[in-house]
Write a protein that binds this ligand. Structure first.
Ligand code: FES
Ligand SMILES: [Fe+2]
Length: 441
C-alpha cells in the first residue's frame, strides 16, 4: 500500500515530474518503423506527455521535433514534407530534422530571425524496427548489447499496442510471475505445434508438457529476485510432483522494460512506454535464436487484434474485452479469448487509469513489484541529488558491456536450478548459428 503522494510520484511522467526525469535518462521507443512506411513518412508521437512529430527527410534521416510550430503553434503533423525538412502550412516556416528553422518565406528579405528559432527536438535512433528517442539531458547513453539489438533485422519482429492506463501498472504485470497460472490459464491444451508466435503455448523445455498445463497445475511459484546492473532478474520455481522443478527466468530492464521467454526459439523484450500519465504503449521486440522470424505471420496475427493507425486493441473496455461467460466456464480463466495480450490489457485497464495503490494489499508473490518500486524511488532520489551515475546502466556501468539478459524456461531434475538454467541458455545460444548470441564471460 502506498500513500497517495508516493503513488503520484511513481506514476507521473510529464515534463518536470520526478519519475519522468528518471525515464528521460533512457532511450524510449517512440514509433515502429512500420509507421513510417508509405508515401508520407510523418507520424504524430505523444511521449511522456509531450506532443511531437517524427518524420523522415529527403536524405532518409529521421527527425523528432515539437508538434506545435514555434511561430504560432499550428500542428506540424500537417506540414509539407519538402526541401529536406518539414514546412508549416500556416506561414511556410521551414524546419530541418534537428528542429532548426531554416527559412521564413513571409518575413522581410534578408531577415536572419530564423537563426534564433528552433523547435524542440530530440535525438532518435532506429534499432530492429523501433525508432527510439532520447528526451533527457546531456548526451544519450549507449544502447546495451541486449539480444534484441544484437540479432540481425531478419531475426527480430517489432510490434506495439495501446493500453488505456498508466505505464507503471502495465509494467508491474510483467514482473508478476504468479499471474500466468491464473489470468492466462487455458482449461484445455492446444497442440504445441500450433503455437508459433504465441506466448505460453509451446511445450515446456525438454518435455512434452504444454506450458498451459504446467502453469495450470502448479499455481504457487516460489519467486526470488536479484538486483542486476540492468535492473533485476526474477526466478520463478514450480516444483513438480515427479521431483523435477520448472525454472522460469525473466527480467526487469530499468526503467520500464521486461525481457521474458516466449517459446524455446524466441524471447520478448517489451517496453511499457508512457504516452502520458493515463495511457501507454507496449512495444515488443520478438528475438529469435532459431531461424529468421516469420514477420508476415506475426504481423498478421497481431493486426487481426489491433486497429491502425494507433494500434488500439479491437477488444477493449467498450466491448467488455469480448467477455463470454460460456467461454469462461469451458475454455479460459478470463472468458476473453485466447490472446493473452487481451488478458493483460484487461487486468491493467480494469484497475482504473492510474491504479489507486492506497487500497492495494501486496502478497508474497508481489516481491518483484515491491523491489522495483524501491529501485524507482532510489533512482528518483539520485536524479534529485544530481547523482545520475547511481542509476542502473549509468555511471561506471558501460551499457555496451551488458548482454542478454537471459530469459528462459528450463526443467531441472537435479534441484540445482542455477546450473540448469544457465546450461539450458548456453545451449540455446551455442546452437544459434545465424548470429552471435554468445554472452562473453
Ligand atoms: S504557425 Fe507555423 S508558420 Fe506560422
Ligand atoms: Fe500476462
Amino acid at each position: 500500500m502506498l500513500s497517495q503522494e508516493l503513488n503520484d510520484t511513481l506514476t507521473r511522467v510529464g515534463p518536470g515530474s520526478e519519475a519522468g526525469a528518471v525515464l528521460r535518462r533512457y532511450w524510449q521507443p517512440a514509433a515502429l518503423l512500420d509507421e513510417l512506411e508509405g508515401n508520407r513518412p510523418v507520424v504524430p508521437v505523444r511521449l511522456m506527455g509531450e506532443d511531437l512529430v517524427l518524420f523522415r527527410d529527403s536524405e532518409g534521416k529521421l527527425g523528432l521535433i515539437g508538434r506545435h510550430c514555434p511561430h504560432r503553434g499550428a500542428d506540424l503533423c500537417f506540414g509539407r514534407l519538402e526541401d529536406n525538412g518539414l514546412r508549416c502550412p500556416f506561414h511556410g516556416w521551414h524546419f530541418n530534422r534537428d528542429g532548426q528553422c531554416v527559412e521564413q518565406p513571409g518575413e522581410p528579405e534578408g531577415s536572419k530571425m530564423h537563426e534564433q528559432i528552433r523547435a524542440i527536438s530530440y535525438p532518435v535512433e532506429e534499432r530492429n524496427g523501433i525508432v527510439f528517442a532520447y528526451m533527457g539531458p546531456g548526451e544519450p547513453p549507449a544502447f546495451p548489447r541486449f539480444d534484441c539489438f544484437r540479432a540481425p533485422r531478419s531475426h527480430v519482429f517489432a510490434f506495439k499496442g495501446l493500453w488505456e492506463c498508466n505505464w507503471l501498472q502495465a509494467m508491474e504485470v510483467g514482473i508478476d510471475p504468479a499471474h500466468a497460472s491464473f489470468l492466462h490459464r487455458f482449461l484445455q491444451d492446444e497442440d504445441p505445434k500450433e503455437s508459433y508466435g504465441k506466448q505460453f503455448r509451446d511445450a515446456a523445455a525438454g518435455t512434452d508438457i504444454p506450458m498451459t498445463r504446467l502453469l495450470r497445475e502448479y499455481p504457487r511459484p516460489e519467486i526470488t529476485v536479484e538486483e542486476t546492473d540492468y535492473g533485476m532478474r526474477l526466478i520463478a520455481l514450480r516444483h513438480m510432483e515427479d521431483g523435477r522443478t520448472h525454472v522460469r527466468v525473466t527480467n526487469q530492464i530499468f526503467p520500464e522494460a521486461i525481457s521474458i521467454p516466449m517459446s524455446r526459439e524466441m524471447i520478448i523484450t517489451q517496453w511499457h512506454v508512457p504516452v502520458d500519465d493515463e495511457t501507454c504503449y507496449w512495444y515488443s521486440m520478438f528475438t529469435s535464436f532459431g531461424g529468421p522470424v516469420d514477420k508476415d505471420k506475426m504481423r498478421q496475427q497481431r493486426l487481426k487484434e489491433h486497429r491502425l493507425p494507433d494500434y488500439a486493441p479491437i477488444k477493449n473496455k467498450a466491448n467488455n474485452y469480448g467477455y463470454s461467460a460460456e467461454e469462461q466456464g469451458r475454455l479460459t480463466y478470463t472468458g476473453m479469448g485466447l490472446d493473452i495480450n487481451v488478458h493483460d490489457q484487461w487486468a491493467c485497464e480494469s484497475m482504473g487509469r492510474i491504479q489507486d495503490r492506497t487500497q492495494e494489499h501486496l502478497g508474497k508473490t508481489d516481491v518483484a513489484i515491491i523491489r522495483y518500486r524501491r529501485m524507482l524511488r532510489a533512482a528518483i532520489a539520485a536524479v534529485k541529488e544530481g547523482d545520475d551515475a547511481a542509476l542502473p546502466m549509468h555511471g561506471d556501468v558501460d551499457p555496451a558491456r551488458i548482454h542478454g539478459p537471459i530469459s528462459n524456461d528450463t526443467i531441472t531434475d537435479t534441484g540445482n536450478w542455477e546450473d540448469s538454467f544457465a546450461a539450458g541458455d548456453a545451449q540455446r545460444r551455442a546452437a544459434c548459428k545465424d548470429w552471435d548470441a554468445a554472452i562473453p564471460a
